[in-house]
Design a protein around this ligand. Sequence first.
Ligand code: DON
Length: 589
Amino acid sequence: MRKIFILVLTSILIFGCKTSQKTTVKQSDGLFSLFVEDPNSKPFFSDKKGVFSDNGMVASAHPDASKIGVEIMKSGGNAVDAAVATHFALAVAFPFAGNLGGGGFAVIRDKKGNAYTLDFREKAPLKAHRDMYLDAQGNVIQGLSLLGHLASGVPGSVDGMVELHKKFGKLSWEKVMQPSIELAEKGVILTEREAFGLNGLKKTLLQVNGENTPYFIRKDGKIWAKGDTLIQSDLGKTLRLIQQKGRAGFYEGTVADQLVAEMQQGKGIISYEDLKLYKSAWREPLIDTYRGHKIITMPPTSSGGVALIQLMKFVEPYPLRKWGWNSDSTVQVMIEAERRVYADRAKWLGDIDFVKVPIKELTNKDYLSKRWSDFNFAKATDSKAVAGGTVPGYESNETTHYSVVDSEGNAVSITTTLNGAYGSKVVVDGAGFLMNNEMDDFSIKAGVPNMFGLIGNKANEIQPQKRMLSSMTPTIVEKDGKLFLVVGTPGGSTIITSVYQTILNVIDHGMTMQQAVNALKFHHQWLPDKTVFETNAFSEKTIKALQSRSYNIEQQKGTLGRMDCIMVHPNGKLEGASDPRADNTSVGW
Ligand code: DON
């Protein structure tokens, strides 16, 4: 399990494995002052600068997608129009995680301050059942929930985009869809990272889709290189059908025929009925406070929002700013919070349409202070001694993020995924899009870790039509009643802790948005009982202090987080902050 965890953390972050460049913090780097306890520590992955603008901002994983989002705003669209256009552009330009065949979550704050959340997470097909990934002896069949046709949940992204646009869109659907169609037909110019990703995918792609698959393979058989053009004409046709027919262009007609045929020939189980039944769900936003800031985040089916609120509440009583960024005391209370929160996640969190999740109780002050009562500064708590908390009255039972703000102050925070890089690697024949491998986010067997090392139980077991638990944490923060931050990232189980650290970097440590994104990160998830950290995230002093208190800490080769965030500064300027760890780009106007 340990090996799988390390492998996965490394491989999901494959796109960010560059040697870090560091800068020493200067007080003048930001609008605020930053207190770093150890003057020799180098808290940033790079000195990338934020993008500033007055009228609107899109921060996403791909420059073409961010540009398209901004063009939509320039032609009269609002933040939701831009977000929808960005989503479809990412499905073309960023097949690693952008998608038609996946799902996700949207958190929206309109210009008046009203909050909304949309759950367009995939669902288990009707023919799914609890033990579908186990052999006759009850053992997990390795890889079945990750690779190939059986790994996919029923996609939610297209329905999600249609819903968002129906409720908030200002421009026509046709206009919002048009740029991604052109991008698919004219082609995307590959970056070095994308060429590398597609070359790495080739072997599995052929294995899953057959030797003759035309998708994501160069016609001349050569490997992809930076600057090559990736034309996706079948994907263009699919996007045209969605443009013409909306939801029906994907869940019915030609594309549904292609998807069901693909499933049938690959022994998958998604049916016409599944496609017809898929519906995204508006959920009550999860709203709480942290040091006087309003936190608007995603309720279940994502565990992200509940976990984020719990994490914040645990450390709110402590003077993190006085202690300093990544000082031993700051890191220690954050790790201990993470340990308890991920144990709760494993026990309590699941699809609220199927299981009762005690959201209020889990984020309640008294409950959290009871959970904290065994914390001791002298020594690490042992994860073996930490189980999910007891809530009275209850029985136990490769992703991408984009942030958008428009000129009126409407804000959208969306995280969407195929799960692993390029999902299940199944490309729907004729339709040209990749399917997700989201079924692995279910607890496929109680207590057995998924690809992110996460453990689950009954609350997250497979049932037909149920949504698998997620860690995605799209979040919006208000300060003094006004829009302040739009935040999110991919990273599997590390999403929650990256969002947590990024927000704390701003609120507690006074960083600008880009500094908070650039800042080096660490992660703990209860089990396995260890803290991983990016190179240089911890000073020697912090490492020694933590080790002397029995913390198991491990520097990792890969990186943590690929954030795309926006901050509204006191003078009204928007700061777009896209992660220097990959091709992420903010575009403003
Ligand atoms: O929903 C989830 O929590 C996962 N499927 C997210 C996967 C992910 O972030 C992979 N990207 N690095």
